[in-house]
Design a protein around this ligand. Sequence first.
Ligand code: AP5
Ligand code: ZN
Length: 215
Amino acid sequence: MRIILLGPPGAGKGTQCKRIVDRYGLEHLSSGDILRAERAAGSELGKKAQSYMDSGGLVPDQLIVDMMIGAMKKAPKGYVLDGFPRTVVQAEELDKALQAADEKLDAVVNLEVPDEVVAGRMTGRRSCPECGAVYHIENLKPKVEGQCDNGCGELVQRDDDKPEVVANRLKIYHEQTAAVVGYYEKVGTEIISIDANQSVDGVTESVFKELDKVN
Ligand code: AP5
Ligand code: ZN
């Protein structure tokens, strides 16, 4: 299966993707996770992306398109795209790449959550720099406060989850990324809308119910 998971920052895309890939045997291709790994490795791409990410802006389209299409080619069993496409240009480039490979998307899922809810999810998020596990100080607590359940060590707050950057990420989402939903409607791709303003398990149940139909 080839799936896109859309939604504002902090909607729960990464959290749900981990469950989706387990159930359907897919690769989780998160543009944000790949960029953070590039930064941690000190690569050229990581260095170029740094200032955009820290301010909550978008990394230039061409860098992202090359990175993500490269990752898709290495996932022959299928994938869930998380955080990509994030502009109409990226969605067009993705379509071109899929057509060139004679491939199709099986589902485009949109997680819907109001701004005030996602803002609280981002500022309360804590992540494990070792294994990538994601927690929340109120909604999804680790067993021991501030420590990863997998025994890795201390959890950290992402730099772009600080309140001033969160506000900019939401602004950029409405200015540039929300239009991606309109793009798919325009080209006649069905959007599966999910009410993601419910518990993590509730969202998972709604998503699985829809994806089971296309699997
Ligand atoms: P990226 O890492 O993609 O960030 P994002 O889209 O802003 O998404 P998040 O990771 O913040 O949230 P999420 O939806 O995955 O939520 P999560 O599951 O963690 O991008 C970072 C940056 O990289 C961008 O700002 C940009 O600079 C750059 N970038 C990336 N892709 C790009 C692209 N395509 N083009 C250009 N630039 C790009 O959940 C959030 C929190 O809420 C967690 O604490 C979780 O435990 C909690 N939670 C989850 N679900 C629920 C629930 N149902 N109820 C209660 N709490 C919940
Ligand atoms: Zn960990």
